[in-house]
Design a protein around this ligand. Structure first.
Ligand SMILES: Nc1ncnc2c1ncn2[C@@H]1O[C@H](COP(=O)(O)OP(=O)(O)OP(=O)(O)O)[C@@H](O)[C@H]1O
Ligand SMILES: [Mg+2]
Length: 260
């Protein structure tokens, strides 16, 4: 279970102005729930992921993961529990390291005793088997530098690496946004099967409404730092793309009501 209780984030700028990026956001996400998150630019989606990952300490509110309050845990302390994939493959993987070395880093995420870039023989075999499942032939290129791979290949590996250690929470921030439509579909399907197989709790931010509707068991739409629409699986199946766009687009928060 991941719980956000009245999380607020206020940014303060040099000119004295402030911005309420998250405004009393409360969400309770049961274990194994796959939540898709939509919202316009600046709605607070990445900020929400940042407070969950520990990159950002909320101005107020509490965050609990698996029954433990982690609100003031550092990003490093949470790393063993939380995996994250970004839009840019270069943010999720290290280009200078080989594919195998990237996997070694992913395997030891959150461990404090040194950064082993070396894979033991049985770990290498396990990783080769996992990479082979992608069907991209990359298992033959474990010793190639990551930067020599295409974005789609890198993102596929990123999702695999993120799920490798069974995180308590998987955060996906527009992770297929920079891929061509066909590759994006493939990486999305891979994402879903890994989440389901591992029974992971996941939050996936996307600007693609069709993805937000087709994947996951719950849909959250944000606007101006608030959760405006929170649809369960049944409501999500009922709502049309148009209706959803209508529900959260350019309307003052106070006038929004869920009416599928
Ligand atoms: N580190 C920061 N310092 C100051 N302001 C920030 C910071 N991060 C985000 N903001 C502001 O907070 C608001 C929410 O930003 P956020 O990145 O969460 O939006 P988003 O919903 O992820 O948008 P997008 O779809 O463009 O990625 C924006 O107005 C942004 O300018
Ligand atoms: Mg964002």
């Amino acid at each position: 279970m991941v719980e956000l209780e009245q999380i607020s984030v206020r940014f303060h700028y040099g000119d004295g102005s402030t911005l309420q990026a998250l405004d009393q956001v409360s969400l309770s996400i049961p274990e194994g729930c796959f939540v898709t998150v939509v919202g316009n630019n600046g709605a607070g989606k990445s900020t929400l992921l940042n407070v969950l990952a520990g990159t950002l300490v909320p101005t107020s509110g509490r965050i609990c993961i698996a029954g433990k309050e982690v609100t003031h845990w550092s990003e490093v302390r949470r790393a063993r529990w939380i995996a994250r994939v970004f839009a840019n493959a270069a943010e999720s993987t290290c280009g200078n390291l080989t594919v195998a070395e990237n996997f070694a880093v992913a395997l030891r995420r959150g461990e404090f005793h040194g950064l082993g870039w070396y894979l033991k023989a049985e770990e290498r075999k396990h990783i080769r088997d996992q990479v082979a499942r992608l069907g991209l032939g990359l298992e033959a290129h474990l010793d190639r530098p990551m930067e020599q791979l295409s974005s789609g290949q890198r993102q596929s590996l990123s999702v695999l690496m993120a799920t490798l250690t069974h995180p308590k929470l998987l955060l996906l921030d527009e992770h297929v946004a920079n891929l061509d439509p066909e590759t994006a579909d493939r990486v999305m399907a891979l994402t879903e099967s890994l989440i389901r197989e591992e029974h992971l709790t996941a939050l996936m931010v996307t600007h693609e409404i069709p993805y937000a509707l087709a994947y996951g068991d719950r849909l959250v739409a944000m606007e101006r730092g608030r959760v405006l629409v929170d649809l369960d699986a049944a409501q999500k199946r009922e709502v049309s793309e148009e209706k959803l766009r209508d529900l959260y687009r350019s309307r003052p928060a106070s006038t929004l009501a869920l009416a599928t």
